[in-house]
Every structure is written in C-alpha cells, then in structure tokens.
Design a protein around this ligand. Structure first.
Ligand code: DC
Length: 224
C-alpha cells in the first residue's frame, strides 16, 4: 500500500454498510469509525437529559458534550441501538449547527486515527455514515454507497431487533424506517445522498459476501 488510504462508506439504515466497513477494516487493517454511532451518542445524551431532539440548542449542547468527552467505548454501547435512539438521532442530526460541531472530530479520526492496539500502524481509515463521501471526507480514495430496497432493510432491522429481544412488529419498523429515510434524504444539511463519484453497491441484489468481494476488488484495483 503506497499511502495512508481513506475509504468513505455511506448509505441508509440497515443497508449493510456497517458490516462492509467492519470487514474492509479488518481485511486492510484500517481504523474504523461508525459515525452513525457518534450521532446516536448525541441523541442518547439528549434523551438521558430529558431534552428535546427537535430543539437545535439541545442538539448543540449534546454535540458539544460528546465532542469533548467521546471515547471509543461509548460507540459500542448497546443502548445506542434502540428504535427510540434511532428516531431521536434522525431528528437531532438534521441541524447544520450541531453537525458542524462533530465535523472536525470525524475528520481528525479519518486523518489521525488513535494508535492501533497491535504493533502495526493503521494502513488507513474507513468511516461510514450518510455524508462521509460528500462532506466529511470528500477527498477519500474510494467512496462506496451501499443501498438496498426499503423492504429488505426493514426486514433486516426487524430481525435484528427481535434478536436483541426488542418486540416490534414488522409494519412499525417499516413505517419508522420510511419516515427516517425521508428525513435523512430530504434535510437541507448534508442530505444522505451518494457522492457523484461513489461506487453504488446494492445489497438487495447481492449477498453480504458478494458485496465484500466486490468492494475488496475495487480497493485492490484503486489503492494497493
Ligand atoms: O447509520 P445509523 O442508522 O446508525 O444512523 C443513525 C442516524 O444518524 C440516521 O438517522 C442518520 C444520522 N447520521 C447522520 O446524519 N450522519 C452520519 N454521518 C451518520 C448518521
């Protein structure tokens, strides 16, 4: 590998972008940042402090707190994965002023990731989210946009919630996902859309292994 590589992965909820990011991070020894989890931390702070996710001052206050106190373990908290947090995240993340607070933090992780626990330094970084290729890392070597039909994504999310012991009926999950997609796509600040030069991977047409293999081929072709 000739230089520190940077990969951006964007896409809607339950598209498989997180799974792909994890696998590519492992395969190519890249530092991985799940920026959805970062935004979820902000929403969780809002809910824990009985603030309103539709209030931009609450969103800013929470983003400042997370900006100043974030450690990587916070991103693994299973409490970030509830529907309540997901809904609040989609609400508070639409405010440009709060997104701006998290921007330098994400860019810093992308360019100067924390030291790897092993002895080998990171070969690069990989970030996933909604605006990585368009706003956070427009300079990324490769941009993937992972997508899948709403039906397929809602089924995956429903299954995931059942596995975690959260009882939700499929229709509710479908409706909530539809509503969240619309909000994420149609907001004026950093709408969840592919960059012009993104490679689109439709995971409703391919297995997770096929998506991974295709992405690996592209990484090898373009940056190795
Ligand atoms: O990928 P996810 O489902 O964990 O994302 C949760 C919410 O966070 C989603 O509604 C959109 C928002 N988000 C965002 O606005 N920008 C990002 N870079 C990542 C997530």
């Amino acid at each position: 590998m000739s230089h520190f590589i940077m990969i951006a992965i964007d896409g809607p909820s339950a598209s498989g972008k997180g799974t792909l990011a994890h696998r590519l991070a492992e395969q190519f020894h890249l530092f991985y940042l799940d920026t959805g989890a970062l935004y979820r931390c902000v929403a969780k702070y809002i809910l824990d402090h009985a603030l309103n996710p539709d209030d931009h001052t609450a969103a800013e206050r929470a983003a400042h707190y997370i900006h100043d106190h974030l450690n990587l373990e916070m991103l693994m908290d299973p409490a970030l994965r509830t529907q309540e947090v997901a809904d609040a995240t989609s609400r508070c993340s639409r405010f440009p002023s709060m997104r701006k607070i998290l921007l330098d933090l994400q860019r810093n992780f992308a360019h100067h990731p924390p030291h790897s626990a092993g002895s080998k330094p990171w070969m690069g970084s990989i970030l996933d989210g909604r605006d990585i290729g368009t706003v956070v890392c427009p300079e990324a070597d490769i941009k993937f946009f992972v997508t899948a039909s709403l039906e397929v994504r809602a089924r995956r999310r429903h299954q995931e919630l059942l596995t975690r012991g959260h009882a939700h009926d499929f229709e509710t999950v479908f409706e909530e996902m539809l509503e969240r997609d619309e909000r994420d796509k149609n907001r004026s600040a950093a709408p969840a859309l592919p960059a012009d030069d993104a490679v689109i991977l439709d995971s409703s047409l391919m297995s997770a292994d096929d998506v991974f293999e295709k992405a690996c081929d592209i990484v090898r072709e373009r940056v190795l």
